[in-house]
Design a protein around this ligand. Structure first.
Ligand code: ADP
Ligand code: MG
Length: 254
């Protein structure tokens, strides 16, 4: 019993034969088809798959927003999620958005302001605390979203193509930022992307999904030293082989 418990404590999340079906044209559309995988505490795992392969559905189930049709998904601890759109409240400042998350956590007013400024400093937004979302660039908004996620004091961070809408330079910088925060805070990260290079840039492991319905088809351990460069030839080789697999999955699915 003690041994079993010790084993489970190493896991941050566990997905067990998870299937999710949605009603569609009087039928059921299978978004996820009996997929299983585990993520260890402190691990950075990327999920890469074509569009429609159930990646968002997977994160939604882990965050409790969608329900499994069969199987199970379990997260140990608190979850925070970051989406492609920062989804900041437009009438609040950057600091106000972070403070709201702190308030929901029960942090009392006198401490909230200082803590929000501290979190914004961690994502390099000193001087931008009082700006409203429309006064911030796309990259800055995602930094605020990251600070807000940190304010939730989560154990597991779920990211759904968070940098897909950013220019290449902002994305590069946010990769560095996220990697640094992951290392400092011992978070567990599950990062969804359709970009194989981004997955190899960030992940300890990359789970390659089948196309519609989604399931883990293949797993790649990335042993390249960190921090990695998106432009490095070693990274390109691994990403290239993942892209080949994705293409194979897409043509197989037809
Ligand atoms: P991905 O994020 O990999 O692009 P999604 O998880 O968004 O894929 O979608 C997987 C499949 O499930 C798609 O065919 C999509 O249309 C369908 N789907 C997702 N969410 C819903 C929903 N709430 N209702 C109906 N169908 C959905
Ligand atoms: Mg998606």
């Amino acid at each position: 019993m003690g041994k079993l418990l010790a084993l489970s404590e190493k896991h941050a999340l566990r997905v067990d034969r998870l299937s999710v079906a949605f009603p569609h044209d009087n039928q059921l559309l299978l978004a996820l088809d009996g997929t299983s995988f585990e993520v260890m505490r402190g691990e950075f795992v990327c999920v890469v798959g074509a569009s429609g392969s159930g990646k968002s559905t997977l994160l939604n189930v882990l965050a409790g927003l969608d329900r499994p049709s069969a199987g199970r998904a379990h997260v140990h601890g608190r979850v925070a999620m970051i989406f492609q759109e920062a989804n900041l409240l437009p009438w609040l400042t950057a600091a106000g958005n972070v403070e709201l998350a702190l308030e929901l956590r029960g942090i009392k007013a006198p401490e909230r302001r200082a803590l929000a400024y501290e979190l914004l400093a961690r994502v390099h937004l000193v001087g931008f605390e009082r700006r409203r979302p429309h006064e911030l660039s796309g990259g800055m908004k995602q930094r605020v979203a990251l600070a807000r996620a940190l304010a939730q004091d989560a154990d597991v961070l779920l990211l759904d193509e968070p940098f897909a809408a950013l220019d290449a330079i902002s994305r590069d910088l946010l990769h560095e930022e996220l990697e640094r925060i992951w290392k400092e805070s011992r978070l567990t990260v599950l990062f969804v992307t359709h970009n194989a290079r981004e997955a190899v840039r960030l992940g300890d492991r990359v789970l390659v999904f089948t196309s519609s319905p989604g399931r883990v088809a293949h797993e790649v351990h990335v042993d390249l030293p960190r921090p990695r460069s998106l432009d490095s030839p070693d990274l390109a080789v691994i990403a290239g082989s993942i892209t080949e697999r994705l293409k194979h999955e897409i043509t197989n699915g037809r």
